[in-house]
Design a binder for this molecule. Structure first.
Ligand SMILES: [Zn+2]
Length: 84
C-alpha cells in the first residue's frame, strides 16, 4: 500500500489532512510526502517505510483505548499551516 493508507486513519486522529504532510526520514534524511511511503499493515499495527532504504519512519498501533504513533524513525513531520 502507499502512504495514503496511513494518512486516512492517522489524519482522523490528528484532525487534519495528512496526505499533504511531508516526512523527513531519520535514516537517509530525505524528505518525502507521507503518501510516498510504503505502508504495511501485517505487522502489529501499521508500519510506514521510507522507499529509499526501507527505513521504518512511522509505526502506528491501536489498543482498545489509545492510538500509539511511534515516530522515532522520522526527524520532521511537516504540515501546511492551517488557513485562518
Ligand atoms: Zn529513508
Amino acid at each position: 500500500m502507499d502512504g495514503n493508507a496511513l494518512a486516512g486513519p492517522l489524519g482522523e486522529i490528528m484532525g487534519t489532512d495528512l496526505t499533504v504532510a511531508d516526512l523527513t526520514c531519520a535514516g537517509c534524511r530525505t524528505t518525502r510526502r507521507l503518501a510516498a511511503m510504503h505502508v504495511f499493515d501485517r505487522a502489529p499495527g501499521i508500519v510506514a517505510r521510507c522507499p529509499g532504504r526501507d527505513d521504518v519512519v512511522m509505526h502506528m498501533m491501536r489498543t482498545a483505548e489509545r492510538v500509539l504513533v511511534d515516530l522515532r524513525g522520522s526527524l520532521v513531520l511537516s504540515l501546511p499551516a492551517p488557513t485562518a
